[in-house]
Design a protein around this ligand. Structure first.
Ligand code: NAP
Length: 249
């Protein structure tokens, strides 16, 4: 069985998943398994990180499409065979969808952000249970908070993106259910809002990537996620965290 910490990140080839992969292997000797639906993109991301400088940890690419049951099953079995356990599962893959009918848009968003995130992370639970200090993080969004959405004084109140917001609210419920199922088995479960940061979530133009100039550096999201993996926020397990505290569900 592998001795270094084994971390699986879904959607690791872009945005927050990429930044978190890079942050972890730059700050620890851990092994990051980069879950990517397109392994060519995954390999290109891995090569870029490796050639970017001071890497202490190790990396591998895993084919993993969170909307595809056979991909999930093959990924679990490959990780079990190669590593025997998972210490941290970062359920990060997520999408928005534009230019579809309302029904198609909801189907696409929920397939990835809710069913994909929940079913994939549940499939990795048996491997998490083989870790001494396991951790499961669902990458959510403040846009999914019902408490913030219902508060006219909060900036999230008037934010758009109904389908995406509904998906993250649903993911939050899934996270809470996972916490209740798993905390007695020693698994730390969290929802985490990574903040508004540069990524391809909103599209690929500079305006979309930067959210009109408002988006920050995904490395700050990566640091927040790494702190959770490292146990710095263990006392807040079962909650909806952000970089500075918690959000209401
Ligand atoms: N960026 C922000 O401001 C922000 C704020 C709050 C929350 N978030 C959340 O952060 C997470 C990461 O998003 P991001 O901002 O880094 O966006 P991103 O740059 O678009 O990255 C999303 C990643 O998810 C992958 N992905 C999409 N569908 C997938 C599937 N079916 N199976 C496996 N991987 C899939 C993408 O792969 P491809 O490259 O192949 O498409 C990509 O690697 C999401 O859950 C998002 O909701 C982001």
């Amino acid at each position: 069985m592998a001795t270094s910490k084994i971390i699986v990140i879904t959607g690791a080839n872009s945005g927050i998943g990429y930044a978190t992969t890079k942050f972890i292997v730059s700050h620890s000797g851990y092994h990051v398994i980069m879950g990517c639906r397109d392994t060519k993109k995954g390999q290109a991301a891995l090569d870029e990180i490796k050639s970017s400088g001071d890497i202490k940890g190790t990396l591998s690419v895993l084919q993993l499409d969170v909307t595809d049951d056979s991909s999930i099953a093959a990924a679990v079995s490959q990780v079990e065979k190669e590593f025997g356990r998972v210490d941290a599962f970062l359920s990060n893959a997520g999408i928005t969808a534009h230019g579809y009918s309302a029904r198609e848009q909801l189907n696409k968003i929920f397939a990835t952000n809710v069913m994909g995130a929940y079913l994939t992370s549940q499939s990795f639970v048996p491997l998490l249970l083989k870790s001494e200090h396991p951790c499961l993080i669902q990458v959510s969004s403040g846009l999914g908070s019902l408490g913030l959405a219902a508060n006219p004084a909060d900036p999230h109140y008037n934010a758009p993106w109904e389908g995406y917001r509904m998906s993250k609210a649903s993911l939050n419920m899934a996270t809470l259910q996972q916490h209740k199922q798993l905390h007695c088995q020693n698994v730390r479960v969290f929802a985490y809002c990574p903040g508004l940061v540069r990524s391809n979530l909103r599209g690929k133009s500079e305006d979309a990537v930067s959210a009109g100039g408002a988006a920050g550096d995904p490395m700050t999201s990566a640091r927040g996620l790494f702190d959770i993996v490292e146990g710095k926020r263990d006392s807040e397990a079962g909650q909806f965290l952000n970089a500075n505290g918690t959000y209401p569900w």
